[in-house]
Ligand binder design. Structure first.
Ligand SMILES: Nc1ncnc2c1ncn2[C@@H]1O[C@H](COP(=O)(O)OP(=O)(O)OP(=O)(O)O)[C@@H](O)[C@H]1O
Ligand SMILES: [Mg+2]
Length: 380
C-alpha cells in the first residue's frame, strides 16, 4: 500500500521543499561573499528545512557547516553549551577528530557536565568567557584547515532570554571573523527579529540583510500536491481548490491538510469538497490543543484584536470596539504584541493589513464566534 507522501511534523529534505530556490540562492551567495543574512519568517514557514538545504549545498562546496538552535536557552552557559554541542555533533571527518580533542582544552570543558573533584584545580570561567571561546570556533577551524565556516543560528532572538545584552556579547566576538565565517540568523518571532536587526540601539543593527520567506504560491503548491497524489494512485480533484484557499500559502498547514486529504481519499475516486471538509476537521483535531494554548496565553485585549483580525473583511478598530474593547492605543499595543510574537504579520500583498499567520488559528477563532462551521464558508 502507498505511504502518505506529505510530511508536516519535522523539517523536510530538499526534495520536499516547494518554491525556495530564490531564497536558497540568495542565502548561499551572500555567505560566499562573506556577508551575513537573517532569515525571517513566521513559525513553520520552512526556515529550518531551507537552512539545512543551504548547509548541505555549501558543505558539498567545501564549507564546514554548523547549525545551532537556540530555542529555549535561558542562560549564557546554555548558549555556549548549544554551540559546543553543535560542533561536536556536526563536524565531519578530520575536523570532527580535531574537535574531540580541542574540546577538552576549552575553558569550562564539558560545560554542564557534572561535578568536578575538589582536588582538581579548575578556574571557573565567567559564562561570558566560556561563550566567547565557543563563538570563536570558526576562527580555530579556519586557521587549522583553511576552510570557511557557515554558522547558522536558528531561533536567534531566543538569546535575549538568556541576557538582555546577549546579542552584544555575540556580536563583539563574531564581528572579527572576516573570512573565517559567514552567518545566517533565523527566527520566527518576526517582530523581535526585526527589533534585533533594525533598531539602531541594538548590537546587530544593519549587520545582516534580510531574506523573507513568502507564503507558497498557490500554483506551485497545487502542482506539488497534485503530483504527489497522482504518484501514489490518488486524485485531489475538486478538493484542491478549498484546500489552497483555506491554507492560504502557509507551508506547514498546506502539507498538514494535504496529508489528511490523502488519508481520506480512496484510490481511483477523486477527492471532492466533502472529502476536504472531513480532512479539514481531521487537521483541526490535530491542532486544536496547540491553538487553545496560544489563545490561553493571550490577554483579553489581544484576544479581541485577534478575533477582529480573523474576519479579514471587517475594519479592525470598529470590530474590537463592538467586542467590548477600547479603541486606539490599547488596540495598537495588542497588535504590536501579536506581531512581536509572530502570531500576526502585516500582509504585504494586502496593503500591509495585519493578518493572522496561521490560517487554522484564523478559522478556529471564527468558529469560536459562530459555533456553526461558518469558517468553511470559503469552500462554498
Ligand atoms: N517550502 C516548503 N514546501 C513544502 N512544505 C514546507 C515548506 N516549508 C515548510 N514546509 C512544511 O512545514 C513544516 C515545518 O518546516 P520547518 O520545520 O522547516 O519550518 P520552521 O519554519 O523551521 O518551523 P519552526 O518555526 O517550528 O521552527 C514541514 O514539515 C513541511 O510540512
Ligand atoms: Mg525551525
Amino acid at each position: 500500500m502507498a505511504v502518505n507522501p506529505f510530511r508536516y511534523t519535522n523539517p523536510v529534505g530538499p526534495h520536499d521543499l516547494i518554491d525556495r530556490e530564490q531564497a536558497a540562492s540568495r542565502l548561499t551567495s551572500r555567505a560566499e561573499s562573506g556577508n551575513n543574512s537573517r532569515l525571517v519568517a513566521p513559525r513553520r514557514f520552512g526556515k529550518t528545512s531551507l537552512l539545512r538545504a543551504v548547509a548541505t549545498d555549501m558543505a558539498a562546496d567545501g564549507w564546514a557547516t554548523v547549525y545551532v538552535d537556540f530555542f529555549g536557552v535561558l542562560t549564557l552557559d546554555a548558549i555556549a553549551k548549544r554551540i559546543e554541542r553543535a560542533y561536536s555533533e556536526q563536524l565531519q571527518g578530520g575536523l570532527a577528530t580535531w574537535f574531540a580533542g580541542f574540546r577538552q582544552v576549552l575553558s569550562g570543558a564539558h560545560l554542564g557536565g557534572g561535578p568536578v573533584p575538589a582536588s582538581i584545580d579548575v578556574r571557573i570561567p565567567s559564562a561570558e568567557a566560556a561563550l566567547n571561546e565557543r563563538l570563536d570556533l570558526p576562527v580555530r577551524i579556519h586557521e587549522r584547515s583553511g576552510r570557511r565556516v557557515l554558522v547558522v543560528f536558528d531561533e536567534f532572538s531566543e538569546v535575549l532570554r538568556a541576557a538582555g545584552n546577549a546579542d552584544a556579547v555575540i556580536r563583539s566576538v563574531i564581528q572579527h571573523h572576516g573570512d573565517a565565517a559567514s552567518y545566517i540568523f533565523a527566527g520566527s518571532a518576526v517582530g523581535m527579529m526585526t527589533d534585533l536587526f533594525s533598531s539602531p540601539r541594538r548590537a546587530f543593527y544593519a549587520q545582516a540583510s534580510p531574506v523573507h520567506l513568502p507564503p507558497l504560491p498557490p500554483e506551485l503548491a497545487a502542482a506539488f500536491i497534485g503530483e504527489r497524489f497522482n504518484a501514489t494512485g490518488k486524485e485531489a480533484g475538486a478538493a484542491m481548490d478549498p484546500l489552497l484557499r483555506i491554507a492560504n500559502g502557509h507551508p506547514q498547514r498546506s502539507m498538514l491538510m494535504a496529508a489528511k486529504l490523502w488519508d481520506r481519499t480512496r484510490p481511483g475516486r477523486p477527492a471532492d469538497v466533502s472529502t476536504f471538509v472531513e480532512a479539514y476537521q481531521d487537521a483541526m483535531a490535530d491542532v486544536r490543543d496547540e491553538l487553545e494554548a496560544i489563545w490561553q496565553g493571550l490577554t483579553t485585549g489581544d484576544q479581541r484584536v485577534l478575533t477582529a483580525l480573523a474576519d479579514p473583511s471587517a475594519p479592525v478598530y470598529t470590530t474590537v470596539a463592538s467586542l467590548g474593547g477600547s479603541r486606539g492605543g490599547a488596540v495598537q499595543g495588542s497588535l504590536d504584541q501579536l506581531m512581536r510574537r509572530g502570531i500576526v504579520l502585516r500582509d504585504r500583498s494586502h496593503s500591509n493589513r495585519p493578518s493572522i499567520v496561521d490560517p487554522l488559528l484564523s478559522t478556529w477563532v471564527r468558529e469560536g464566534l459562530q459555533p456553526e462551521p461558518a469558517a468553511l464558508d470559503a469552500v462554498e
